[in-house]
Ligand binder design. Sequence first.
Ligand code: GBH
Length: 482
Amino acid sequence: MSTATLPKDFLWGYATASAQVEGSPTADGRGLSIWDTFSSLPNVTEDGLSNATGTNSYSNWAADIALMKSYGVNAHRFSLSWSRIIPAGSATSPLNPAGIAHYQRFMEALLEAGVEPIPTLFHWDLPQALQDEYNGFLSARVLPDFERYARVCFDSFGHLVKSWLTINEPNIFAVLGHCIGAHAPGRSSSGEGARKGDSLKEPYIVGHHLMLAHARAVAVYRKEFAQKQGGKVGIVINGNWAEPWDASEESKQAAENHLTLSTLWLSDPVFTGDYPPLLRKLVGDRLPTFTAEESALLKGSSDFLGLNHYTTFYVRKRVTPIEDGDWQNHFFGENESTTTAPDGTEIGPKAGLSWVRPVPWGFGKLLRFLWRRYDRDVWVTENGVICPGEKDMSKEEALQDDFRIDYFRGYIDELAECVKEGVPVKSYLAWAFADNFEWQEGYTAKFGVTYVDHKNNCEMTPKKSAWWMKEYMAAKMGLKDN
Ligand code: GBH
């Protein structure tokens, strides 16, 4: 066990997202989002259920906060539902005072409980009206709409917020929503009707507009709010570590290509003002270009790098042929990821979902890499796992989540070792506060430290990991004896 500690002002807690927890899609004047629509279609989610319930947090928020407080956290990450605040989404359409009042109450109650609110402006639930009108982030028309939405949020909530997150995982929204088609708005080359897209081009257009939307929101904050509100603002990128499969130059190059295609694509621009040169080499003219003005707006537009990190893969030059319609692999082209080393050993134990294996050393490599590359604070804004078989467990079994405890211990120890070395990691926000709506998995994928009984009004019961985490973080931060 690592003896490295964390500072007393380290931020820790859990993360959620509006489309995954709120439910109440039409309450108090809310407009629909693309996730309400998409998750209601047949054959989209694993259990056939939509996100209309979530964890009922729109009505049960006070109980959520009380439970969170009992978990000992000092911060909470959540996202704002754009269509609750501006039902039709656009720069000229009316605000919804009831939606704004809800989030004000919620944040005030967090502060009263000693929990710092860390809101994300956009965690994928675009107002449906904007998708209908101009295909959402495929169009530059989204930029003034997002800018106005951001301004309304800073204006309404900024007095309660020290840390803003702009966009959650633009890289995942772009690819899952506009290449693979497994996430809203569900576009793909293999799609039909309104969902017919262009899997190798559209993600780059969407990624481009997400970068510009982020930059414009940050410019608004810095110009109109930062001085009086004194907060920081940053973006959140999804990043797995890509480890070369073997010591060959070929594997090293494949791993670098993979990390660039998946992650650096949309993290470089906010620090350097442009895409990575290697990405342009790999993607060619499918990759849009920034004007000099846009580039200047983007450069330095994130006070820190928010990182959602779950796992690590080995990467090598592709040997497995790509099947028709497998857009995920088409997207990565000649660079193939695998969980098996050349000698047949697995990179980490199997968890409750195929893509997330515990590999704490990969987390350490990525944190050090990002710090060297950007020389900025890193905020860990998501990290978590599902226990093997958790999906089919009884409540009693699910509460004994030792696999999750081992995962958290490994990742927190790795993070603390990095901090000890001088890597400026400022937060650890675990995914997730409670078992919630997990996008295409419906309610079958359970990441929570809180068990949710979806058949019983979303009644919540803490899992063992919630109490373990409380003790472990207090010890790491020197708030109690080890
Ligand atoms: C995060 O995405 C999200 O920010 C959060 O909302 C989400 O609930 C959480 O992770 C847990 O999933 O099924 O093989 O096609 C993490 C990025 C993107 C990782 C989709 C898994 C699906 C892989 N995720 N990806 S696969």
